[in-house]
Design a protein around this ligand. Structure first.
Ligand code: FES
Length: 114
């Protein structure tokens, strides 16, 4: 829901990512946020290749140098800024965005763009 507080941006190292899980069982909602400088980019934790989670370990969503989002199943890679698949099994596919805003250093779910 827009306005939901995720926590301080400082919870995520620059070039790192963090998973957020809401609900449980059949109603679980898993998303992650990538930090790039002072910006935060949110996506559903769902790879467009097999519709499975991108991570196998907690908060592990990035390639080795923190420049791309990487799926740990078959190593597809996505741009941080828009979730576009630029390499591997999900090339030319998109991650589903979850709008996130940073206000006074705090990350919140934002309203979708009109
Ligand atoms: S499930 Fe992500 S690349 Fe295959």
């Amino acid at each position: 829901m827009p306005g939901t507080v995720l926590g301080p941006l400082s919870d995520i190292a620059d070039g790192g990512a963090k998973e957020y899980v809401f609900g449980r069982g059949t109603t679980v909602f898993s998303m992650f946020v990538v930090r790039k400088g002072q910006a935060a980019y949110g996506y559903l934790n769902l790879c467009p290749h097999y519709s499975s989670p991108l991570n196998r370990k907690s908060d592990r969503f990035m390639n080795d140098d923190g420049t791309r989002i990487r799926c740990s199943a078959h190593f597809a890679e996505f741009r941080i800024e828009d979730g576009y698949g630029i390499a591997g099994a999900a090339e030319r596919c998109w991650l589903d965005p979850v709008p996130v805003e940073v206000v006074d250093g705090e990350m919140r779910l934002a309203a979708p763009a009109p």
